[in-house]
Design a protein around this ligand. Structure first.
Ligand SMILES: Cc1cc2nc3c(=O)[nH]c(=O)nc-3n(C[C@H](O)[C@H](O)[C@H](O)COP(=O)(O)O)c2cc1C
Length: 321
């Protein structure tokens, strides 16, 4: 059973917070993220020694404040609890002082968004009548019918993504940003050493400077900008520096790809920026780490269909023997 342990600033704003529970194993943590309004409603109830309910932004999860226990009924997640007296003391103490957002640094298992994407009704995928191997299906070059699959299906996300260079000004919801950041953390890395760092650029000034460092590509100044950097020093393996550098480049690249797909899955569009002056970007970010790519995201100005590709049979080279 996890125990409510602490309150921290959220990653995004000084006005919300992260409530942290820890299990017996220190690695076993769970987190609930509250936005500004949710936190102030909670503070209001606790300050007045009242009982009550705070509904969370997913329109499903709720916090029930009883006199003895505070219950967190969370959508598609294990429910959590905290002793009311202890929780009240912590929250009121936290609310007294202004907080700065935490620097975004993602640790495995620690990052649990408060809101989860609603699952769509999944219809069962019908088995093809005639069994064919995956390789045969790939080489046939004609995609199988996908109407039966849900729109949240991973392959649908892959196949409908399209780069965008014109973004609407619409604000991106925090929970979507969380998803995109958390997706980067799920990517595989060499030896699981996570040889990468992600810079989440909120500063308008820094975004403008990055435009300059990216061959003056104006769309780099996007609503959401992440810079993926290599950190070979994290990769503690007994290989040559060249190999470690290669690993960290791959780590950073895969993570960016995961974030790009996550962005599409939550209804955003993106553009991958590889045309960058590494030295300029390092200077702008005030880091020694070499950037591998910049991922620029936002709501698309107009939705476009995906671009075509060569036939799969031209892409895949089969070596039978
Ligand atoms: C390694 C890499 C570097 C890229 N660099 C840039 C870039 O600097 N500027 C840009 O506008 N697009 C860049 N792109 C985006 C590609 O042009 C785009 O992904 C490609 O045209 C395919 O379109 P799609 O993403 O809609 O499938 C890059 C993509 C990759 C994978």
């Amino acid at each position: 059973m996890r125990k409510f342990t602490k309150i921290e600033p959220s990653y995004f704003s000084k006005d919300g917070c992260r409530l942290v529970w820890i299990g017996e194993d220190e690695d076993d943590t769970d987190t609930v993220i509250l936005n500004k309004d949710e936190l102030s409603r909670l503070v209001e109830i606790l300050k007045n020694n009242n009982v009550g309910k705070v509904e969370l932004e997913d329109n499903f999860s709720e916090i029930l404040i009883n006199s003895d226990v505070v219950q967190f009924r969370l959508k598609e997640r294990e429910h959590l609890e905290a002793k009311t007296s202890e929780f009240r003391e912590n929250i009121l103490e936290y609310a007294k002082i202004p907080h700065e957002p935490l620097h975004v640094q993602i640790f495995p298992k620690e990052f649990y968004p408060s809101v989860w994407i609603q699952k769509e009704d999944t219809k069962t995928i019908k088995e093809p009548k005639k069994q064919i191997t995956l390789l045969q299906a790939i080489l046939s070059g004609s995609p199988k019918k996908t109407e039966e699959t849900s729109s949240s299906d991973l392959f649908r996300i892959f196949s409908t993504r399209r780069s965008t260079r014109k973004f609407a000004k619409t604000k991106i919801e925090d929970w979507k940003i969380e998803k995109i950041l958390a997706a980067a953390d799920t990517a595989p890395t060499a030896g699981n050493f996570q040889g990468l760092e992600v810079f989440y650029v909120k500063s308008k000034k820094v975004k403008e400077a990055l435009v300059e460092a990216a061959n003056r590509q104006p769309f780099v100044n996007a609503p959401l900008v992440l810079v993926f950097c290599m950190n070979p020093n994290r990769v503690k393996m007994n290989f040559s520096p060249e190999m470690l550098s290669k690993f960290s480049l791959q780590d950073a690249t895969i993570a960016a790809a995961y974030s790009q797909l996550a962005a599409h899955a939550v209804g955003l569009s993106s553009i991958w920026i590889g045309m960058i002056d590494e030295e300029k970007v390092k200077k702008i970010l005030r880091t020694d780490l070499t950037p591998s790519s910049i991922l620029c995201m936002g709501y698309p100005d107009a939705k476009k269909p995906p671009k075509s590709r060569r036939k799969l049979k031209d892409l895949i080279h089969v070596l039978e023997e």
